[in-house]
Write a protein that binds this ligand. Structure first.
Ligand code: FAD
Length: 271
């Protein structure tokens, strides 16, 4: 399929990208790895008049320690996250999850910022970032603001980002020596998760169990009250609203959420 006619602008800096976004309001879209935006454009589900390519802004590709946080540039690609020694030591859940997204081509193109900004409940990293208590640094015309992950995902493919803002950095509190676990159930190894679970400590993030990535709050409350892992995992589908589809009914997804949560919690407790 061929996308609609568009104007392509290769941004020379974040300021340059912000200026073009400000000029075009809702009609402009940022392009990072292109692995979500371009398929949507080919299907004409998205038809931006202007595409602002930020993929060349290498200053937004980094992982570094910053006080008690790990700071990750929004344009850092999954492949680089998966191999980064700082992330492996201080946020191993996020490093692991980046390494099991899609296939090698997706991991060499896809960016952490693109995954977060796209706001897809079926994506792997957003749920892991919720469990890791990440926050997102957003730059707009009026300066910077920081949004906690819990307040960022507002609805299906809808986030707290305004059309004229750029997500520049993802910040994670250091999780040295904190147990973690990640489980995703797919039909084939490279497929999107039917359901996935990301655990860091006693935080549990769920993939594909609602219109947004969510925390399994009933499970977390039970763990805080001293419940055993099986007791807490049995509550993983509480307050969820998974899609009901022929290949995976809502009931089946709820069952998966409980089973995968138990496995991920057991893995996390082993350290
Ligand atoms: C075949 C295939 C398989 C895949 N499998 C998986 C999978 O198993 N798990 C998974 O999680 N994902 C999967 N993906 C999706 C992949 O992770 C995408 O790369 C990701 O969702 C978007 O990242 P991107 O850098 O490609 O963003 P883009 O496609 O460039 O952009 C996505 C959206 O985010 C906006 N955006 C991008 N960067 C910024 C920024 N810095 N600030 C503000 N807005 C921004 C864009 O305007 C656009 O609206 C798959 C994709 C493909 C094509």
């Amino acid at each position: 399929m061929i996308p609609a006619t568009l104007r392509y602008h290769r941004a020379s800096s974040v300021e340059d990208a912000l200026a073009v976004l400000a000029e075009h309001d809702d009609e402009a879209k940022l392009l990072a790895g292109g692995h979500s935006l371009l398929p949507l454009m080919k299907l004409r589900l998205a038809a931006p008049e202007v595409v602002v390519d930020i993929g060349g802004l290498t200053e937004l590709s980094y992982v570094r320690l910053d006080g008690d946080d790990v700071a990750i540039g929004a344009l850092t690609r999954y492949h680089d996250l998966a191999r980064d020694p700082v992330l492996a030591d201080h946020a191993p859940l996020v490093a692991h999850v980046a390494g099991v997204i899609g296939d090698p081509q997706v991991r060499h193109r896809g960016t952490i910022g693109g995954s977060v900004a796209h706001g897809d409940a079926a994506a792997d990293l957003p749920a892991a970032l919720l469990a890791a208590e990440a926050s997102f640094v957003v730059r707009g015309r009026d300066g910077l603001r920081t949004v906690p992950a819990k307040e960022f995902f507002l609805g299906p493919f809808t986030t707290a980002l305004e059309p004229d803002e750029v997500l520049t950095e993802i910040r994670l509190p250091r999780a040295d020596h904190v147990g973690w676990g990640f489980e995703k159930f797919t039909r084939r190894a490279i497929d999107w998760a039917i359901v996935g679970v990301a655990v860091q400590g006693d935080n549990v993030g769920l993939i594909n169990m609602a219109g947004t990535p969510i925390r399994a709050e009933a499970t977390e409350r039970a763990l805080a009250d001293g419940a055993s892992i099986p007791e807490a995992a049995a509550l993983a589908a509480e307050d969820t609203s998974p899609a009901d589809e022929p290949h995976a009914t809502a009931e089946y997804r709820k069952h998966l959420a409980r089973v995968l949560t138990e496995r991920a919690l057991v893995r996390a407790r082993r350290g």
